[in-house]
Design a protein around this ligand. Structure first.
Ligand SMILES: Cc1cc2nc3c(=O)[nH]c(=O)nc-3n(C[C@H](O)[C@H](O)[C@H](O)COP(=O)(O)OP(=O)(O)OC[C@H]3O[C@@H](n4cnc5c(N)ncnc54)[C@H](O)[C@@H]3O)c2cc1C
Length: 360
């Protein structure tokens, strides 16, 4: 009977990060289970360049020092000289994380359950096979929950005519007017003629792909971008609720990624936080780290309840962006804002609805 040092359940960004960051320099034997084809997964992860993300600078696809937040009438531009917005592709992250000294065995199988026996675990897969490992890193997570908000999106990679895009400036949020729905367009201009154009909604239910497509086409038409070629799509659902599983009482079970509480529910940003989580787990003797501070979580909760109970159309986001400079804004998005920025954020929010949510 072979007992692996570690079993990783799920080879999304967090499972991959465990392989690289915690065990990359070891010669341990590791087994990873993934029931999807990760070689066909294609998407970009955006984040602002915080200190803990600097070790990955050479796999960053592109950096933008300017970004905009707006709607039909308003457009706020932010700048940050030191903390640009960056993206890493899943493919680059995967290749980087799989280049290690350890011996990693990947099984394309679904894990059904695992439980401890003596000082190791028995892991059972859907095809009823059994595996054994001393530690478990589990990244399976619930992305949707009845009655809770989710961030759902669909994006198209397009190639348009020369000089269609200003590739120095990213469109972080361009809100459109929808009936009872918060919707915005997100554009990553990779070059003068190539961009990812994404339609994002904050609501309780996922929409048909044709809906997001329609919104993307409407937006492109409005910008006179008509002749373009599609070269790929990405879609997803990110929880806008606290999706973390209860911390395990077994010290050798580690909940990681979104399952371990990495997602910042008010924004859906999770990638750089899950990396911070794995870096922190490496340096900790506990099986859980609190990535989002108490006050940040509290503010997120109030903000999500506000979004759930009010028909927000983007105005609060634009007002917030207008009251903060680029560095303050990115510090808030990355959970690094100081006391004065927090005060500015609170001051930017609609007072009455927020007070209601505070005491709800
Ligand atoms: C398209 C997309 C774009 C995103 N963009 C951004 C972004 O720009 N910035 C940002 O910060 N965040 C972004 N996110 C949010 C977040 O970073 C991702 O959801 C990220 O993938 C979370 O990583 P994870 O490892 O926690 O979970 P996952 O990526 O969900 O990985 C879990 C893995 O476990 C596998 N699995 C599940 N159950 C089993 C089982 N029983 N047995 C074996 N394997 C199993 C799944 O197939 C999956 O591959 C995005 C999400 C998506 C989907």
């Amino acid at each position: 009977m072979k007992i692996y040092k570690v079993a990783i359940i799920g080879l999304g960004p967090s499972g991959l990060a465990v392989n690289k960051i915690i065990y990359g320099d070891s010669f341990n034997e590791i087994i990873a289970f993934e029931n999807e084809d990760i070689n066909s997964r294609e998407n970009y992860f955006g984040f602002w360049l915080t200190d803990w993300m600097k070790p990955y600078e050479n796999i960053i696809e592109k950096k933008w020092y300017e970004w905009t937040i707006g709607d039909k009438k308003n457009n706020i531009t932010h700048f940050s000289k030191n903390k640009p917005y960056c993206v890493i592709s899943f493919k680059k992250w995967k290749d980087y994380c799989l280049e290690t000294k350890n011996k990693l065995k990947i099984k394309k199988e679904k894990v059904i359950q695992y439980f401890p026996i003596q000082n190791y675990f028995k892991i059972i897969t859907a095809d009823k096979k059994e595996y054994f490992a001393e530690k478990i890193y589990d990244s399976r997570s619930t992305k949707e929950k009845k009655g809770e908000l989710i961030q759902h999106f669909f994006g198209i990679n397009i190639t348009a005519a020369d000089n269609t895009f200003n590739d120095n400036k990213l469109t972080l949020m361009h809100f459109t007017e929808e009936k009872n729905l918060l919707h915005f367009i997100y554009i990553l201009p990779f070059s003068h003629n190539k961009a990812l154009v994404e339609s994002t909604v904050f609501s309780k239910d996922v929409l048909k792909t044709s809906w997001y497509r329609e919104k993307i086409y409407e937006y492109l038409k409005l910008k006179n971008i008509t002749g373009f070629r599609e070269s790929g799509t990405e879609k997803g659902v990110i929880p806008m609720f606290f999706a973390d599983e209860k911390n395990s009482t077994n010290p050798n079970i580690f909940n990681i990624g979104i399952r371990g509480g990495a997602c910042k529910p008010s924004t859906g940003y999770a990638f750089s936080f899950l990396i911070k989580q794995i870096q922190s787990l490496k340096n900790s003797n506990k099986n859980y780290v609190n990535i989002h501070k108490f006050l940040e979580r509290k503010m997120d909760k109030i903000f999500i309840n506000f979004l759930k109970n009010n028909n927000e159309n983007g105005k609060s986001f634009i007002k917030l962006a207008a009251n903060l400079n680029g560095n303050e804004f990115q510090s808030f998005m990355m959970g690094q804002s100081n006391f004065f920025t927090k005060l500015k954020i609170i001051k930017s929010m609609p007072k009455l609805p927020f007070l209601k949510e505070l005491f709800r």
